[in-house]
Write a new protein. Structure first.
Length: 117
């Protein structure tokens, strides 16, 4: 599936409504809140990143979104068949890439637990 990187970040309105309906909170941290729901109709998971304008200017919000999507793709978290909603908090702007990576890896159900952040 060569275009998986493009598909893991796109949702229809119907998919978003269904995702919020079925999602359970997996992690609450000072940086992000993570909700996950099992996938029922696809053979890969997706990621939905939500950032408010309160988080910062557009280029900073986009940086966080790019980092999280990159982690989700590079660590092959889409293979765990969970759709994730990540709600960004303002403190995430100070978070290092490695911290975000650990937080995301620990939050996906079925993943091995890592040393905490």
């Amino acid at each position: 599936m060569p275009s998986i990187s493009r598909k893991i970040g796109t949702f229809t309105k119907k998919e978003i409504a269904e995702l919020f309906k079925n999602a359970k909170r997996m992690r609450r941290s000072p940086y992000v809140d993570i909700l996950c729901a099992p996938v029922t109709d696809r053979d890969f998971g997706k990621i939905l990143v939500i950032t408010s304008k309160k988080v910062g200017k557009a280029h900073k919000r986009n940086l966080i979104k790019r980092r999280l999507r990159s982690i989700f793709y590079e660590e092959k978290l889409y293979k765990h068949l969970y759709d994730c909603i990540i709600i960004i908090k303002k403190e995430a702007l100070t978070c290092k890439f490695d911290q975000l990576k650990l937080i995301l890896q620990e939050s996906i159900p079925g993943r091995k637990q890592y040393a905490g952040v």
